[in-house]
Design a protein around this ligand. Sequence first.
Ligand code: MSP
Length: 501
Amino acid sequence: MPDKTYYITTPIYYANAPLHIGHAYSTVAADVAKRWQALRGREVFMLTGMDEHGEKIYRSSAASGVKPQDWVDRYADEAKKLWAFMNVSCDGFVRTTDSAHKETVREVFRRLRAKGDIYDSEYEGPYCVSCETFFSAQQVKDAGECCPDCGKKITEIKKESALFFRLSSYGGKLLDFYRANPDFLEPPGMANKTIDSVTRGLNDLCVTRERVSWGIPVPGDASKTIYVWFDALLNYLSAAGFPHDMGLFHKLWPADCHIVGKEIYYFHSVIWPAMLMALELPLPEKVYGHGWWTLKDDKISKSTGNIVTPYEVCEKFHPDILRFFFLREMPFGTDGAFSMERIGERYTADLANPLGNLFKRTEVMLEKYFGGKIPESGSFDEAILQKQKETLESFSRHMDALRFHGALNALWELIDAANRFIEEQKPWVLYKEKSPKLNDVLLTLSGCLEFVTGLLSPFMPVKCAEMAAHIDWKIQMPEAGSARKGRPIPGGAILFPAVEK
Ligand code: MSP
């Protein structure tokens, strides 16, 4: 599908509390993946947004004496500001209170009801308002009479008339799909959990609530609203134009990747694909479940009360440094401990020292030996050229698979090789000896600066624009061995100044 737009999504966040670094992590990851595809020349569309219905949000707004719509408007505005602050460039911002979204949900509901995939029944049993999840009495008992996922108090839903989605009839088809599409579930640890739970058997899913007014009314039965997860998952279709703008939809769908935290992987790897199967729509290419940022071993979350906001971190570090840290510090898919000290250590070890110095030293030498220009003549060093080729291959492979950590490792091997190259070649000696090799060395180093700037730009768009200005270059997909002979290198302020501990 060469001219299909690359379509990547984040979870839509609950509009009931300030967003923290955990939410920023998913959003930045999607933004980096999208910027990478754009750098390669693809059309891209990145979607984020807000999950604005349901009992949890209704309760929070009521407790604050604010109308629910005003309440969610406030959080949606804050989210947009945060993403701009974090240099996230989203192409779509969906809200489940948007009228187009609500119409999509109603239409899907009608279609599935008409074909018998949604049917009438009754529900009673435990419900966790914090997770907006139905559980069985046995699951709650096994968890010690609390929510098996978050450990909070459980609400008992008294018997009510309800509609159910025939999830149980999709188990076999889901397993066939997972088998036929081994790249669909990632990373492997999460794939195994999903396959296990589907293999154990699926129950039909209640998709309405009778005593929750803050939601989308069931078509033809205003006494019920649509279950918030059924509503929320459909954001990926409504924002892609289904069914109101099928031209857009055919450009975007199927999504290339849904990025989600591991606690909502089941919803995305089981319920969502089954809903799409029921709608007879193609399934996304991939659902990627990432790990959690923790503080003292606890997940950073509003309910634990240990949240850190990006604004707090960025009193000390540029938002691009936080973006870089997110994806450099831990492999995408595992958990990691968050601390300001670790960001400081990473900053010094990766940015201020190797990268900042590579720029500074190259700029100073170009100024001193060539009047601030790339040498007019000379040839690119063969070993570094080879290293750039290998880096490009490995970086691209990792980025396409969302292995950001592997991609950055590959890039830092090149940065280290370029710094070693300076030590080995000793340009200051070549200068004294008036050796023509000096041209080759500085030509090669200048090429490394643009190479690194281009590949790093999805991670640090603003800092890389500064780096590009230092070398009078326009960010684009770099080429191995590129050397712009005779071009001026203006340099500029220190890119990554040292920070105190
Ligand atoms: N509204 C649902 C998602 C619906 S998607 C159709 C929801 N919202 S949420 O506000 O609770 O956001 C959860 C998501 O935020 C996680 O899946 C993850 O992407 C991110 N994170 C929240 N806390 C996190 C950490 N401590 N660490 C990493 N990511 C975390 O669930």
